[in-house]
Design a protein around this ligand. Sequence first.
Ligand code: ZN
Ligand code: ZN
Ligand code: ZN
Length: 110
Amino acid sequence: MFAYGSAMRHSAIQKQMQPIDRVTLYRTLESLLDKGIIHKAFQENNEIYYAICGKSCNTNTHKHDHAHFKCTKCNIVSCLELDEAIKIALPSYEINKVSIHMEGMCDLCQ
Ligand SMILES: [Zn+2]
Ligand SMILES: [Zn+2]
Ligand SMILES: [Zn+2]
């Protein structure tokens, strides 16, 4: 359906999977999320962007130490592996998840 590294809007997936009803699509996405095949990249204007998970994800764990970049020109969302793991420390808080969402122009649009 789509390759690792790029995310797709819920509505775009819906378009590709026609004819399929909303409930079936919702269930399909939920089961893909459960199995560690896709993850939610981010949400914007009530639209959820889904991206393919890397090899580190499976049924038990979803591990995403990567950032998401949205190109404001072509609207493509990419998963970007960072050279260094994101390390943010807040005294007296326990952080379980850090998500980084960047916007700008991708290499193709520049
Ligand atoms: Zn995942
Ligand atoms: Zn672009
Ligand atoms: Zn991602």
